[in-house]
Design a protein around this ligand. Structure first.
Ligand code: DGJ
Length: 693
């Protein structure tokens, strides 16, 4: 007897099938199937042949491949009994339920284990959320548990996963499929710059805008493991879970984090839009869902640890005049924090810098019409701190461990540590009118431990329950903690410590494969960038920040009149457009010129769009190649206008239509020929607005 199940979301279908009581395999995942597709026939048709040198039957590539069924690749579960004896599970069907969620339960009675896999589809976002739970009749030790295992597409030559570094997040690595496996394991204990848990498998010929692609994201902040393995018979499997051996205690239940997956037949953008919408509309919990994202001012690169009330008040005046709506007081306000060697965990206001507390600054900020945010790094402790002197046993990891930024992590699994942090942080939130926390995490952990991540989640959840109006930004030396697990508890990510607009242009372009504008912080940095040494024009810096959730982070006292005027103008453009951009889809364009990094933000009703075409380098050819747009209605007419044509350089001396005026063109033309932009220097951005007529 066969058991078959299907999940549809209007764009994709996923079919599971199993023989008798065995664990099911995903036998189809791709474009939507007809309602009356015969799943038994489909399952039969799915079987691959057997020839010499093979077992007499191909082992199932099930949702949790089992070594006991001769599966030749990596198993989906590795578990030991409490005394250390390896268990070799063999699961049999118990039950299934399908109302909204498809939930399948399998039991291994001999070993006292139960495995439950679940799939939830979302017809609006086109994300399928999958998760695996293991229950045991007595405490067992978990080595590895995969979220439901998916087949890798056969029509694909390569996979794209994500690595990076401080100031260089979201670097896409392409790896060719080959026999054997691509194994990514993050043992740093946080999501990390190096290991964003995402994967895109494009089918042959897919681009940003065309073709088929499959995408995956594991929503967990403690470090993941991914296996993309090609078996001898050519089948491919993709597994995701927490990093191995991250559960340090025996337990009777283990759960993977949710695995978010999506199939697209509109190129990588189809997957990107699914993640962007799902994150914004389903994962993030917004204190004020319809409120516009406020323009930030963050004082870090202006003053660092040197906090002086009159200087900060002056900076706040200038930031407000430029258009800022939220002032964020960064590191340096507490303990004796004059540099990064001391005081982490001493979360009381420094009376030397703030003799009358934070109130005079906060009142000043409020008087300017801005709201107030404050920086914490709750999980961390300096040896040179009162709290460390009093409670050295609160530290996570060995006493002689290597420090990171001169600091250690606290043991977040200890309830007294979480209570202490809650008390200190809630005192600040209770006694001051604060509506925003920048929550930092500036070092990797000495070892991965899932209870550390659960401890962080519990602290954030408790604070959010008691201070529901407070938004949180997830920062970890920039983009070191970005994932759907932390974003279920926060509303913004500090994508990178690089305020270099040239670097940022690339980072935010690649991050848009997973992140929408509404959560992605982007700030106008200093004229001379502190992390790259580059000097960039204000117009470029401002437009790059205007591509995402905009803010400023330079010392506004350094701005000359022209720079201030440009920044004011771009900020006001952003405020004017943010309502629709907040919910728009970010579509990466297939630029014909590799020197141009371009995207199109398209309103949900497709009536308007804005194109940002950033020139990241000098082009090989002398004049720009036409830039093809995407996602428009072929037969509709659009009015397109170059809104920053005032930045034309006198070296651009030809006659191109857009230089003179707006144009009316069909979707067909814009998507098939593309827009011909004027020549410009590198490190410049053209901004083109479009409206459907
Ligand atoms: C690292 C962050 O990424 C910076 O933005 C800043 O908040 C510093 N930490 C403060 O120490």
């Amino acid at each position: 007897m066969n058991r078959t199940y299907r999940i549809d979301d209007g764009r994709q279908t996923l079919v599971l099938a199993a023989r008798n009581d065995r664990l099911p395999e995903v036998v189809y995942w791709g474009a939507l199937l007809q309602e009356d597709e015969n799943l038994d026939t489909l399952y039969a048709a799915h079987a691959i042949d057997v020839t010499g040198g093979m077992l007499d039957e191909n082992p199932d590539l099930s949702v949790c491949p089992e070594a006991t069924r001769s599966f030749p690749g990596q198993p989906g579960l590795i578990v030991r009994d409490n005394d250390g004896t390896p268990l070799l599970p063999k699961f049999c069907f118990e039950s299934f339920e399908q109302n909204g969620t498809l939930e399948l339960t399998y039991a291994d009675k001999d070993n006292g284990l139960t495995l439950t896999v679940s799939f939830i589809s979302d017809p609006d976002t086109h994300i399928i959320t999958c998760q695996t739970t293991l229950d045991a009749t007595r405490p067992v030790h978990l080595h590895w548990l995969a979220a439901p295992v998916l087949p890798g597409p056969q029509q694909s030559d390569e996979m794209i996963d994500v690595s990076g570094r401080w100031c260089g997040e979201f670097q896409l690595s392409r790896t060719a499929w080959a026999p054997g496996m691509r194994y990514r394991e993050n043992r740093t204990g946080r999501t990390g710059h190096e290991h964003f848990p995402g994967l895109i498998v494009p089918c042959r010929g897919a681009t940003n805008t065309e073709g088929e692609a499959y995408a995956f994201h594991y929503g967990w902040s403690g470090g993941h493991k991914m296996i993309a393995e090609e078996l001898q018979d050519g089948r491919r499997q993709i597994q995701w879970g927490h990093a191995a051996r991250m559960e340090t205690e025996a337990a009777t239940q283990f759960k993977t984090a949710p695995l978010y997956i999506s199939y697209s037949n509109t190129g990588l953008n189809g997957c990107a839009v699914a993640f962007q919408r799902h994150l914004r509309d389903r994962i993030v919990t917004w204190p004020k869902p319809n409120a516009p994202r406020p323009v930030h001012y963050n004082c870090w690169e202006a003053v660092y640890f040197d906090h002086k009330l009159p200087v900060l008040q002056d900076i706040a005046d200038r930031a407000a005049a430029l258009g800022a709506e939220r002032f964020v007081l960064d590191d340096g306000w507490f303990g004796n924090r004059d540099d990064d060697t001391r005081s982490l965990s001493d979360w009381t206001v420094d009376p030397r810098k703030y003799p009358d507390g934070l109130h005079p600054l906060i009142e000043h900020v409020h008087g300017l019409g801005m709201t107030f945010g404050i920086w914490f790094e709750p999980e961390m402790i300096n040896e040179d701190s009162d709290i460390h002197r009093a409670n050295p046993h609160w530290v996570f990891g060995a006493e002689d461990q290597t420090l990171g930024r001169q600091q250690k992590a606290l043991n977040m699994a200890l309830p007294e540590v979480r209570d202490f942090l809650y008390e200190r942080m809630s005192a600040i939130l209770r006694d001051h009118h604060v509506d925003y926390i920048k929550w930092d995490h500036n070092r990797v952990l000495p070892m991965p431990d899932a209870s550390q991540t659960r401890g962080s989640y519990a602290l954030i959840d408790r604070l959010r329950a008691d201070f529901p109006h407070v938004e949180i930004e997830s920062c970890a030396s920039g983009g070191g903690r970005i994932d759907f697990g932390i974003l279920g508890r926060t509303q913004r990510v500090w994508l990178s410590d690089s305020n270099d607009a040239l670097e940022r242009l690339r980072i935010q372009h690649d991050a848009a494969l997973f992140l929408p504008l509404s959560v992605t912080g982007s700030h106008v940095g200093p004229r001379h960038c502190h992390t790259s040494g580059r000097t960039l024009d204000m117009s470029f810096r401002a437009w790059v920040a205007a591509q995402r959730h905009m803010g400023f982070e330079m010392d506004p006292r350094e701005l000359d009149e022209t720079e201030a005027a440009t920044l004011k103008e771009v900020t006001s453009w952003w405020k004017h457009n943010r309502d629709w951009m907040q919910t728009a889809d970010i579509l990466r364009l297939d630029s014909a010129d590799p020197a141009v990094i371009a995207e199109q933000q398209l309103a949900r009703d497709k009536d308007r769009f804005v194109v940002f075409a950033g020139k990241a380098a000098t082009s090989a050819q002398i004049v720009p190649r036409p830039l093809r747009l995407t996602g428009l209605e072929q037969a509709a007419t659009y009015r397109i206008d170059l809104i920053n044509r005032a930045s034309l350089h006198h070296l651009s001396r030809g006659i191109t239509a857009l230089k003179e005026d707006a144009l009316e063109l069909s979707g067909n033309y814009l998507m098939h020929h593309g827009v011909t932009l004027p020549w410009s220097f590198p490190e410049r951005m053209w901004v083109l607005e479009g409206t459907r007529l």
